[in-house]
Design a protein around this ligand. Structure first.
Ligand SMILES: *Cc1c(COP(=O)(O)O)cnc(C)c1O
Length: 430
């Protein structure tokens, strides 16, 4: 399984290529093979019994683990500086399993209001049917998290760089609120990736990702991951019974007592993933792993291009405002210098003069940029939230969500920046 990488003395670029992987012992294959199998032959009944009883680590069935997936897990854990990781079918599955390990019906967690739209739906609607209640706070105001604390609070959740406007969050201050309250601090690091921000260094106990975005990076596979920072003391209270109390499905072992600083990742695997089932396919794990090999190179180019496009748009006559944390007059500029000095990511919003009609016209006239609902692809992407992802909301709700009629969101790719700028210019002129 995903023992913490022995390569951790290596630098980030080296880990992106090598962490978790070794030449295949039987064939010598240098790239990680796609272990496209559902199940694994046991040596004998004793071996099988020890695997099922969690006395030894090994492969049983691909719903619970797979060798291609294991390399992906070890690689992301190494890049994030965590102790262990669990890869699953999607970013949303990572969030579901994370909360399932922490929450009982009637419990609460506090989440920043500034989140990926799908997470707002998942937390506010789907989770409600499990009896898990979200309390919203303002990611720009750490004290607003403290005001939402109660005896039922089980976790605090934020994005490190937040959708949709690419705003940079004061991670350390919000983490301090979680620490004082004695609850785990969960950071969705999807838009930043560990290349730009390592939330472990700012107090995160659990990091989740949609691998679908910049980590995989090529817009070809859905996946998610949970990284255990190994920092939370689950045995200090009885608030997290799945982690601290005897587990009926494994002969009464206590997860934290038995697995120490990897307990959270292991609990999500051997209970959450085993019983709820959102496993990642070995093929997707392979594609995502391949994508991660070039993460540092891609992120450098994404950030460099995004900054140049944001600068260009901020001087454009048809653009009323640009929200990009790496522009010196942006309200997040100071936080960006602290948390992500290498760059503020590649996703940002801007306002077009002429409101709704102008926004629609722009997305209808781009040629190189793709009009779609995703971020973190090698290709440059564009969307007009008011006519798409946020169209069901009232005008007031749209503006509150940062999706007013004039707002356009882009995810800048790694093409030649002059081509991206030329395409936006011709579409704005149309
Ligand atoms: C896409 C996304 C998710 C959800 O991930 P899926 O892989 O689409 O399930 C969660 N958080 C953020 C920040 C995202 O961009």
């Amino acid at each position: 399984m995903n023992i913490h990488s022995k390569l951790s003395d290596y630098g980030f670029n080296t880990l992106s290529v090598h962490a978790g992987a070794a030449p295949d012992p039987t064939t010598g294959a240098r790239a990680t093979p796609i272990y496209q199998t559902t199940s694994y032959v046991f040596d004998d009944t004793d071996h099988a019994a020890s695997l099922f009883g969690l006395q030894s680590f090994g492969n049983i069935y691909t719903r619970i683990g797979n060798p291609t997936q294991a390399v992906l897990e070890e690689r992301v854990a190494a890049l994030e500086g965590g102790t262990a990781a669990l890869a699953v079918a999607s970013g949303h599955a990572a969030q579901m399993l994370t909360f399932q390990a922490l929450m009982m019906p009637g419990d609460e967690f506090i989440a920043a209001r500034q989140l990926y739209g799908g997470s707002v739906n998942q937390f506010g609607q789907a989770f409600k049917s499990f009896g898990w209640n979200v309390k919203w706070a303002d990611a720009r105001d750490p004290e607003s998290f403290r005001r939402q604390l109660s005896s039922k609070t089980k976790a605090i959740f934020i994005e490190s760089i937040a959708n949709p406007g690419g705003i940079v969050i004061d991670i350390e201050s919000i983490g301090a609120v979680a620490k004082e309250a004695g609850v785990p601090f969960i950071v969705d690091n999807t838009l930043a990736t560990p290349y730009l921000i390592r939330p472990v260094e700012w107090g995160a106990d659990i990091i989740i990702h949609s691998l679908t975005k910049f980590l995989g990076g090529h817009g070809n596979s859905i996946g998610g991951v949970i990284v255990d920072a190994g920092s939370f003391d689950w045995s200090r209270t009885k608030k997290y019974p799945m982690l601290s109390e005897p587990c009926p499905s494994y002969h009464g072992i206590k997860m934290h007592e038995t697995f120490g600083d990897m307990a959270f990742a292991i609990t999500c695997r051997v209970l959450g993933l085993r019983d709820l089932g959102p496993a990642i396919s070995p093929f997707n794990a392979f594609l995502l792993l391949t994508g991660i090999e070039t993460l540092p190179l891609r992120m450098q180019k994404h950030c460099e291009n995004a900054k140049a496009v944001a600068q260009h748009l901020s001087r454009h006559a048809k653009v009323s405002w640009v929200s990009y944390a790496n522009l010196p007059n942006d309200p997040c500029y100071g936080l960006a210098q602290t948390y992500c000095p290498k760059g503020a990511g590649a996703v940002f919003t801007f306002g077009v003069r002429g409101g709704y009609e102008a926004g629609v016209k722009l997305v209808n006239n781009v040629k190189l940029l793709s009009h779609l609902a995703n971020v973190g692809d090698t290709r440059s992407l564009i969307i007009h939230p008011a006519s798409t992802t946020h169209r069901q909301l009232s005008d007031e709700q749209k503006s509150a969500a940062g999706a007013g009629p004039e707002v356009v969101r882009v995810s800048i790719g790694i093409e030649d920046v002059s081509d991206i700028i030329a395409d936006l210019d011709q579409a704005l002129a149309a």
